[in-house]
Design a protein around this ligand. Structure first.
Ligand SMILES: C[S@@+](CC[C@H](N)C(=O)[O-])C[C@H]1O[C@@H](n2cnc3c(N)ncnc32)[C@H](O)[C@@H]1O
Length: 192
């Protein structure tokens, strides 16, 4: 299979294979900041006690769910991802920690069957890296389509720092450290 990071089949296969170590890898490579970032990215949402409909796109194994439920405790939470591997853990998490109340959907967001004008909130954390410009545009249109009028969305992604020193440290970390961590934690990742 073509090793193209924008090819959905390749991405699905990558996350299927990464699922057992994704959470650990994510925590280590962000120096533990990812937990704080997932809380911060919901701060702009209006607090509400009504039963809001919220959907978490590219949900992975449910890394954002705790923050979402803390911010919007009475919400109905639906989540979407297309990787069997990631969703296996997401379903376990829904059962063991969320009383089976998180609705887990397996769909490709770029070709989905979600209802229009339905959600009060749309969230999406750290999933944009594997989307090219055209796919990002589809994602933006789909977000607009599924949101109710006046609904809110929040997306979070890592970006390159502007500061020169930070930029070169980031380049070193990305080019040298992450591959070593990937090799140590994911083992076979280079054969994906
Ligand atoms: C980097 S993980 C992010 C997981 C989680 N949101 C988090 O905060 O860590 C990206 C997730 O997006 C999913 N994904 C990528 N492209 C997708 C698509 N087109 N449709 C549905 N899920 C997709 C992958 O399967 C993976 O679980």
């Amino acid at each position: 299979m073509e090793n193209n990071i924008y090819n959905p089949e390749y991405v699905k296969r990558l996350f299927n294979r990464m699922s057992s170590s994704y959470e650990r890898m994510n925590f280590i490579t962000s120096f533990g900041f990812s937990i704080r970032w997932r809380r911060q990215f919901l701060e702009s949402f209006n607090q509400t006690n009504h039963k809001a409909e919220i959907i978490d796109l590219l949900t992975g194994m449910g890394e954002t769910w705790n923050s979402t439920k803390n911010k919007l405790p009475n919400s109905n939470l639906t989540v979407l991802d297309f990787s069997d591997g990631m969703l296996k853990y997401a379903k376990q998490k829904s059962k063991l920690k969320f009383n089976n109340e998180v609705i887990v959907m397996q769909q490709d967001i770029l070709n989905n069957e979600l209802p229009s004008n339905h959600y009060d909130f749309v969230t999406c954390a750290f999933g944009l890296k594997t989307f090219n410009q055209e796919q990002l545009e589809v994602l933006a249109w789909e977000t607009k389509r599924i949101l109710k009028q006046g609904g809110q969305f929040s997306f979070i992604e890592v970006s390159k720092p502007n500061n020169k020193i930070l930029k070169s440290l980031y380049g070193f970390y990305l080019g040298k450290i992450i591959p070593i961590l990937g090799w140590l934690l994911l083992g076979e990742s280079r054969r994906v």
